[in-house]
Design a protein around this ligand. Sequence first.
Ligand code: ME8
Length: 658
Amino acid sequence: MDKKRFYITTPIYYPSDKLHIGHAYCTVATDVMARYKRLAGYDVMFLTGTDEHGQKIEDRAREEGVTPQQFVDNIVTGPNGILDLWKLMNISYDRFIRTTDGYHVSAIQKIFKKMYENGDIYKGAYKGKYCKPCESFWTESQLKDGKCPDCGREVVNAEEEAYFFRASKYADRVRELLLNTNFLEPRSRVNEMVNNFIDCEGGLQDLCVSRTSFTWGVPVDFDPGHVVYVWLDALFNYMTALGYQNDQYCDLDKFWPADVHFVGKEIVRFHAIYWPAFLMSMGLPLPKKVYGHGWLNFNGDKMSKSKGNVVDPGILAERYGVDALRFFVLRTFPFGSDGNFTNELLIQTINTDLANDLGNMVSRTTAMAEKYFEGGKLPAARQEADPDANLQDMVRGLRGRYEEQMEKFQFQNALDEVFKTIQRANKYIDETAPWALAKDMPANGARLAAVLYNLLETVRICTVLLTPFMPESCGKIFEQTGADAGLRTWDSAAQWGLLPAEVQVRKGEVLFPRIDMAKELEELEKAAEEARKSALPAVELEPQATESVDFDTFCKSDFRAVKVKDCQRVKKSDKLLRFTLDDGTGTDRQILSGIAKWYQPEDLIGKTLVAIVNLPPRKMMGLASQGMLISAVHKEKGEECLHLIIVDDVIPAGAKLC
Ligand code: ME8
């Protein structure tokens, strides 16, 4: 019999910058779902990829002085690029699509033409606002405080000849789909979509689906100068990656319609309104479900490069282990809502759930088996007692409870079921007190064997169910607790008592070492500070004055070359240097300058500098300053930098500068 099939996708990511923990969140969730379905016996297709066209990419490439293709190649396949990140995070995708792949590009051209030919795409003119980071069109009234309502960033004016998709024609069918089916989940997102975009003033607007103001996109082959709007190009990836309108793949019959598209909340609009409308226009079956997950914020703030608070999943995975990070994001935040990422929460979760609960259960069980039984091998004779049934009942029903939550994408609840069982098992250790039983051996041997066997079975079943979340660590737990491949399966997780009676245990490395919270937070803060600094612009200049100064006023300023005869630090001031200068008048001039941070006094003696000499004298630290030395100032990585203007020695002291 054919296996049941499951097709799941992540959004395809814009390779405009390094990906952060928010992107990894969705990809990890998709990976966990894909692994869970494979475990449960499904033939799975897990698709991810990159969305490589659009104005934002073209602009970023120009900034870096490379071609758009070189730019995206570097972010996708270059060192520490997206492919490297998914490898590090143990993401088991089956297919990776890049929208610059030739087969996808030609498929999009065919799709665009078909929609044009069937009358759903027509030519018009666009005038409105455009958000480059989101690649989204907006009308003035849709903006929030003049900014993009999705991401809150600046929008720009866009006015150009363009093709439009007749979305309005599909408004009723899309409304019906959203309101009367389970197409969009969580259900809480449905009303927002219907009220804001379909039943709003003016109804569902036709969508602008081509651009002429830049070239980095799929060319409209029958109208040179137009490129296909990046969202039409991107959404069809879910089908071209299976072979729709191309010969690269032939999995369409097998996997379309998709079972679920996981997407972040701000792109639900494209997936729940325009995507079904495009498919309706092409007469294609709709995906079964779109699930809009929440955002991960950082310390209560939206993560953004400009704020310098972007959390790098690569750094965290290297520090705490990939599995701990994968586990943390799904254990801590309900998938449908926003979550607030903090370092404290991450460390606390690792310490509580992984080191204390899971780690302890495994290490206590294996350590006791090794200590109390020769070579860690349990004897076959076992004597059950009262508390055993209680634990066993809980474990027997665990797979069902877990499955119910996983089917609803409630990862947090599914993990909660497993961890309640682990906590019960740790309590069972305290109730049965194996160390007390071990005091009277061999008399208590059969009872002690029963206790340890019950624990090992609990560990085994919990570990099967944790495998999609933490594949590598679970493999190690199975090794330690004597569960071979046949006992790591989905079926085996519903059956108690499958471990052989004389199971062989091997205590291994500590799986999740406890983390010293205070020390770790300090180090993370240091690393974040470094990251913030490196995110700052390399050189920051003062904006140029907008107010003009008339020539006569300017000429009143008397700039002179001055030679440093002496230079000393001013006592009790860490800022001021006191200069004794030859200004060509024959009388020494004293100037105080707040530049001690940048110069050693002795290095300046003999140099010729520039001073303005007709400022009124002023006192600093009780000393008179007769003028001001001229320097160049700017910021580098947020740090103030200053350079005195030092001129050629051939210029005599006192020469006027004009
Ligand atoms: O939107 N927390 O790409 P993208 C959780 N190319 N999720 C987050 C997040 C955060 N802090 N920040 C971003 C695109 N995401 C399009 C998709 S699909 C046909 C085209 C999520 O790289 C975001 O919600 O800007 C989205 O689902 C995904 O990362 C990709 O974002």
